[in-house]
Design a protein around this ligand. Sequence first.
Ligand SMILES: Nc1ncnc2c1ncn2[C@@H]1O[C@H](COP(=O)(O)OP(=O)(O)OP(=O)(O)O)[C@@H](O)[C@H]1O
Length: 612
Amino acid sequence: MASKNQNKPPIPNFTNAPASPSNNQPVVDEVAVDKRRKIGLGKMVGPANSGRTRQAFSVVNGGQENGGPPSSAGSECGSIEFTKEDVEALLNEKMKGKNKFNLKEKCDQMMDYIRKLRLCIKWFQELEGSYLLEQEKLRNMLDCAERKCNEMEVLMKNKEEELNSIIMELRKNCASLHEKLTKEESDKLAAMDSLAREKEARLAAERLQTSLTDELGKAQREHSSASQKITSLNDMYKRLQEYNTSLQQYNSKLQTELATVNEALKRVEKEKAAVVENLSTLRGHYNALQDQLTLTRASQDEAMKQREALVNDVVCLRGELQQARDDRDRHLSQLEVLTTEAVKYKECTGKSFAELENLSLKSNELEARCLSQSDQIKALQDKLGAAEKKLQVSDLSAMETRTEYEEQKKLIHDLQNRLADAEIKIIEGEKLRKKLHNTILELKGNIRVFCRVRPLLADDAAAEAKVISYPTSTEFLGRSIDLMQSGQKHSFTFDKVFMPDASQQEVFVEISQLVQSALDGYKVCIFAYGQTGSGKTHTMMGRPGNPEQKGLIPRSLEQIFETRQSLKSQGWKYEMQVSKQYYLAFLFIFCLSFECYVYGHCKHMSYSKIYL
Ligand SMILES: Nc1ncnc2c1ncn2[C@@H]1O[C@H](COP(=O)(O)OP(=O)(O)OP(=O)(O)O)[C@@H](O)[C@H]1O
């Protein structure tokens, strides 16, 4: 748009010119459109280009392009276009005519000139109208853009609020995640402790289990050896029983044999008795019988021997029986011992079975505990995995926060460096300012005299008002007064003259520079001098209760304290005191002078004493 405006031709002030009645609207619009095209305003409001070619104003004027006055252009003003040169030529056109008194020719020329001017005015009006239309459109566009801008601003504000709320939520989430992380870490530590404890317990349980399995193996081995012993003892017992039955059978056999032998002995004795009877009877048969007797005796002896042998056999058998009985008794006692031992073993094995059961129960319990602990360990490992994942996530976020923190740290460091640079610059600037200030004050004059004229009081005579006058010349304006005495004028020049209507603030503005100078470390002395009732106390002290009427001293003190406060942030420290001697002097001549010490020092520079 700026380029469009820049390309606009200067429009002469023809607004008061009357519009040409001969120009109709479409023709002028075309001229305006064509002009716009010519000056690069193709997008302006107006009818579209009809495609007709237009003649330049100079062509209409008969080929007088440069500076030549336009001739009569006819009524086809629609094909005329004006350039800056045309307009200027038209405006600068002078009446031609060799004969000054040829009024008709002059009149025609004038008519022609007026017609051209009307055409030009019409063209300008149309151009202005098109410009107004364009302006209106641009205004509409501007309004539209402003509305859009406002909407965008509202949207942006909403978005900003949303973003702020999201940031707040994210911060809250971050804080809660931090809390969770710390909690998870403590949980993790607790879980790891419990895991270590569980592992220890598991190891102890495993050690206990191995010792118990060893004991169980031992007991089982003992049990198997005891059961083997029991089976061997049972076998022995059976064998002994078998041997006992065989011995009993043998004994009964021997007894039956003894009974048969006794029967045979009885039969032999019966036969002997029969023989003896036969002997008596058979005495005759004595010899025979004697023989028979000797034979019988021999047979008796043999029988006796046999009997003795049998008795010996019986004795032997009895001994053997006795031995067998003893053996049996011994075996029985051994059996009893073995039975008791077997009972004992049985009891032992029972105990060991109970112990075994207990141990198996314990081992089952331990296994169950181991299983539950392994489940717990699994669960804890899962938790640990989840916690580690969380830890990784939180580590990532912590890394991000750390990088952010590092960036912030860098930023802070940069800012600190910049702050240090700025502080150095401030200090240097302050030094420069002091120097410049002092230079200005020196240039203004180390000793300066101001004159303040107090207004007339009610007691003062009205005539006195005419005594003082103030020169208005540029050289002495505000710096001089003229006093009339006995008809004679006395002029006095000062650094500055304060008029009666000068306020306390106006006076202090001049003095405040000196106060600043005192604060910068230079010695300053301000005193008021004048005759009684001239306004010294009013100038120096004023009326401290009334802010408007405060004098130089309270205002100076205010400036000192304000500067002290404002320079505190730059590291300056001011110590102020009013010494006794000066205080006394102050009491006596406070209306003439005011002095006090200001000690100021800073980490960068220091000075010891200032007079104010
Ligand atoms: N600029 C002023 N505007 C209004 N009133 C003033 C001004 N200067 C002085 N006065 C008034 O003039 C009177 C005398 O002034 P002031 O007491 O200050 O004079 P002084 O020079 O201190 O007198 P002295 O030497 O006797 O102490 C006071 O009533 C004071 O209010």
